[in-house]
Design a protein around this ligand. Structure first.
Ligand code: NAP
Length: 477
């Protein structure tokens, strides 16, 4: 069937199409229209009408519709999960996990729709002011452009659209061109649940063309973006005067302290799972591991042993633990980064080979020089770089040796070390006795440094997606 965009609830087809491929074997999953500036312009115009229609809904209406959408999504879990696996290449277990989280994100957004509030302002706290009373309210900002990446197309779109609609805005969504089909299904569910069709629009195509057109449209009052730092910077330089929320990349670091001998089995497994989930294509994947010198060799042995138990292959097979990366270009780049590290003196302890066009074995590399891309960049592939450190002070220094700052983790039984790490590491989230990959959807989530601007998690996103209106009465008292 020909693919379509969704504008005002209408299916929009185009002659020019883009094929969506299953990353595991390049078979065609479906097509999407190759949209252009005119489609973006149309969608924003429709979303403006949608914003007017959203004003007719009460907070309770928005709550009820979001909750209904969450139920519809839950009822269609397996069908949606299969599509996720086909588009992203994540394992079916991971896809079921993402659908469950998306249901939760919509439910959390529904609950937050009831809690949007302002408070009284003490006008008479200024010298000479009497007889004035008033308050401020949080009001929706209008049309929000939601631009989303390929790795969690469903849940990360829910993190934008859920809070935006909960607060009474309308949206134009531009999903990754690799993973647009599941986002169209989500938009259809939101409309089926009761949102005005004009308030939920999805345009498809290439980011530099249709994404850029949304970003530059002055009628769009906010861009909420999740993706790479490079794209984030382009968007902020092109969009002009509007609000921005930026959820960008990272190369998360974790430290394993000297008192972890007894826990090493559990810690090694967690670290590997954090590095190899979704073939390492999670923004908070474990990438850089710093291990206390005294347990370095033991840690590597356990990590390598655990990694050997992971089954790599076709992600649709329920017994598979790790599937492919998104495309051949990504696999080429990841292999190049592994080779660069090896030629600079790093040692590959397991993996390091490509078993198919898009499938790379889970790879552990040790003694990685700090000037190679495996250390400085975001690998976004199934590779963990492990280096030795002498203690928590050095671990903090090394974790901070990064332009990114999304999340970090420490395994320690030492309260002082944990506090020091939490205090000094420059990241939006610090996980103690947990990997940096840990996230629940209600927590404030976002980065410091180049990892981003603003926080997601429905209650926090609603703050970003509303503006304050102050109302003052002269009551003549
Ligand atoms: P990406 O290449 O930056 O693309 C993200 C989105 O931006 C896609 O929809 C893309 O469209 C669009 N886009 C590209 N160029 C654009 C432009 N000039 N103007 C407007 N939109 C444009 O990222 P990705 O490869 O999909 O995702 C991986 C990145 O996302 C990693 O860096 C990862 O860390 C980050 N990420 C961050 C978080 C977080 O919460 N912090 C979560 C998940 C992922 P096309 O696909 O059509 O190019």
């Amino acid at each position: 069937m020909k693919g379509y965009m969704l504008i005002g609830g209408e299916k929009v087809f185009k002659d020019r199409e883009i094929e969506i491929l299953f990353p595991y074997d390049n078979s065609v999953v479906g097509t999407i229209p190759d949209g252009d500036e005119k489609d973006a312009e149309l969608a924003v115009g429709v979303a403006l009408k949608g914003f007017e229609k959203m004003k007719e809904l009460t907070a309770y209406d928005r709550y009820s519709i979001l909750l209904k959408a969450a139920r519809i999504l839950a009822n269609r879990s397996y069908e949606i999960a299969e599509l996720l696996t086909k588009e992203v290449g994540k394992t079916i277990k991971e896809s079921m996990g993402e659908v469950g989280r998306a249901v939760n994100t919509l439910t959390l957004s529904a609950e937050e729709a009831k809690r949007i509030a302002g408070e009284e302002v003490s006008f008479d706290a200024a010298p000479g002011i009497k007889g004035k009373v008033g308050f401020y309210r949080r009001v929706p900002i209008g049309v929000i452009g939601c631009i989303t990446p390929f790795n969690f197309p469903l849940n990360l779109t829910c993190h934008k659209v859920g809070p935006a609609l909960a607060a009474g805005n309308s949206v134009v969504i531009k999903p990754s061109e690799n993973t647009s089909l599941v986002v169209i299904k989500l938009a259809e569910i939101l409309i089926e649940a009761g949102f005005p069709p004009e308030a939920v629009n999805v345009v498809t195509g290439y980011g530099e063309k249709i994404g850029d057109a949304i970003v530059r449209d002055e009628r769009v009052r906010m861009i909420t973006f999740t993706g790479s730092v490079e794209t984030g910077k382009i968007i902020m330089s092109r969009g002009g005067l509007k609000k921005y929320a930026m959820e960008l990349g990272s190369n998360a670091g974790v430290y394993i302290d000297e008192d972890q001998h007894e826990n090493l089995d559990v810690v090694a497994e967690k670290v590997c799972r954090g590095g190899f989930a979704l073939a390492g294509q999670v923004c908070i994947s474990v990438q850089r591991v710093f291990v206390h010198d005294s347990l370095f060799d033991k840690f590597i042995e356990k990590a390598v042993n655990f990694t050997g138990t992971l089954k790599v292959g076709n992600p649709i097979d329920e017994s598979v633990d790790m599937g492919p990366v998104i495309d051949v270009r990504a696999a080429d780049r990841i292999m190049e980064w592994i080779e660069e590290a090896a030629s600079a003196g790093a040692r590959i302890m397991c993996g390091g080979r490509r078993v198919a066009d898009t499938v790379i074995e889970p790879t552990i590399v040790v003694d990685v020089p700090e000037n190679v891309r495996l250390f400085t960049g975001e690998v976004f592939g199934p590779v963990i770089a492990v280096n030795r450190v002498s203690g928590v002070e050095e671990a903090i220094e090394k974790v901070n040796l990064s332009k990114y700052g999304l999340q970090a983790g420490i395994f320690t039984g030492d309260l002082k070390a944990a506090f020091k790490f939490a205090d000094k590491v420059e990241a939006g989230g610090i996980m103690i006795n947990e990997i940096p990959t840990f996230r629940v959807d209600q927590m404030p989530y976002g980065g410091m440094k180049e990892s981003g601007i603003g926080r997601e998690g429905p209650s926090f996103a609603i703050e970003e997606m509303t503006e304050i209106k102050t109302i003052c009465f002269d009551v003549g008292l």
